[in-house]
Design a protein around this ligand. Structure first.
Ligand code: HEC
Length: 90
């Protein structure tokens, strides 16, 4: 039983960090042309976005919507959701 529990904990840890890395890659691939971690490019830095939208994921998603005021980009909705979650954790 103890080993089973330990394996579950390890598995969850591995999955969790895997997802975080995937989101950083996703962010760079889809948003990196205009956003960077801690420097303003065409758009504000991820850190600035995280500070502004802390605890307001829905608002951040709206602000990143190319159908509203945000510049055009090609990314799947589900990817944008994952990226915004990742940005807000920076
Ligand atoms: C073609 C350039 C470009 C790409 C690609 C891009 N952005 Fe932006 N983004 C901008 C600009 C420019 C602004 C500032 C818009 C403004 O101030 O009205 C911005 C603003 C934002 C904001 C709101 C910041 C604020 O202070 O309100 C969020 C959130 C955001 N982007 C997320 C994303 C995400 C997530 C992606 C990738 C899926 C992405 N952006 C891709 C140019 C881009």
């Amino acid at each position: 039983m103890k080993t089973l529990l330990a394996s579950i904990v390890v598995a969850v840890g591995v999955l969790g960090s895997g997802a975080a890395i995937a989101s950083a890659d996703l962010a760079n691939a889809n948003c990196g042309k205009c956003h960077e971690m801690d420097k303003k490019k065409k758009g504000p830095s991820y850190k600035a976005i995280a500070a502004k939208y802390k605890g307001r994921e829905a608002d951040a998603l709206k602000a990143a919507d190319p159908k509203a005021d945000h510049p055009e980009f090609k990314a799947k909705d589900e990817d944008v959701r994952a990226i915004v979650k990742w940005i807000l954790a920076q």
